[in-house]
Design a protein around this ligand. Sequence first.
Ligand code: HSE
Length: 446
Amino acid sequence: MSSQNPFGIALVGCGTVGSATALLLTRDAEHLTQRTGISFDLRYIVDREFTRAKALGLDENLFETRLEKVLADPSVHVVIELIGGTTVARDIIEKALRAGKHVVTANKALLAHHGADLMAIAQANNVAISFEASCAGGIPVIRALYDGLIANRIDALYGIVNGTCNYILTQMIQKGESYEQALRAAQSAGLAEADPHLDVSGIDSAHKLAILAALAFDQRIDFEKIPVTGIDTLELIDVTFGNELGYVVKLLAIAKRTEKGLSLRVRPAFITREHPLAWVSGPFNAVSIYGHAVGHTMYYGRGAGGSPTASAIVADIVSLALGTAQSSFQNLRVWPDRTIEALHLPIDQIESRYYVRVMVEDVPGVFASLATILANHSISISSVLQKEPEDDGPQGVPVVITTHRAREGNMLGALREIDALDVVRRESVCIGIIDEHEETVEGVNA
Ligand code: HSE
């Protein structure tokens, strides 16, 4: 049981997630106390203005603009940072840690870039940072990694960790909308930001991958070394061809342990309709984790939005109030001095199957040239799809090829040669095909 009862809380940043958190901590206070025996005392809501907080009827006595006053108050035990970004938020978190406050944050960009430094500051000040809400919103996947799956050597992790992108891709797949139409639909549904760059470029997913992979593999991940491809250049024609071949497209965050290092990347990829991640639609997230003892586990739920994210934030606050978060944090291998730097597998050595669409002039010998180039790069063709041309316009006709497993470096080399052919009308499209990860369960199973 915590020695700090009531447990004093300051919330910094009262946007969508902040206001949902404030509501959960105030309206549901009795429920939390009943379950934990602790009284949770939201003492301050810190922001520059309080329009949203006022509209929601939050107690105006809690509103405060002076962070210094909040950090000097000994009745505040935890600061929740919900400002976002890597500048002001970093400053607030560092000040809070140095003032001896625990920190709860949903800030994946900050943790992906500066997590190790912040952990070290927390360690030096004998306080904890909890960050369940940073990855996959309301899904307790961080806890799964450091707690429920602790007996496992994690071999691989596959995540659909950006709800905006998954919503856009679902619109393209199910409604036949172009990327631009689907993005507008996401914005009207209140999902995509006015500037959706971080989401659609794949960077938000890569931030989350960096955090999840660090916990899964006990290694220090260099965010800059994660190859990232977003969904912003995806064309409907490839979604449609993929569908004909039995695939759905998903933006996947992938982390695998290989003999030569960690294979990490974010990319749109085709998966079969039977793949466990294929039915994760709309704004939902899911993370598949493969452990050597447990085999395949999968975590599913809402990865964004006020209440789901607040659910994860309040879980962190409860763990801090109970004292369990502190001991996990002290023992977790998240400290820079306890973890080894990850050996990242270079992108040209990552292996996958591929879908390739080449736009060609419909003349004899084209297919033979494509097949020869692929064979010269040790790439074996698995299937070929070419439609009767409706018209051989300036864009050419599409030839769609799927391949067996090949090295990315070989594929990129082949594509450079293919795109240099006179008969090829525009840059070819190449999308990875991700097979379901092979589950290995070691030990006694019967
Ligand atoms: N923008 C993110 C998403 C939510 O769309 O999933 C916060 O991480």
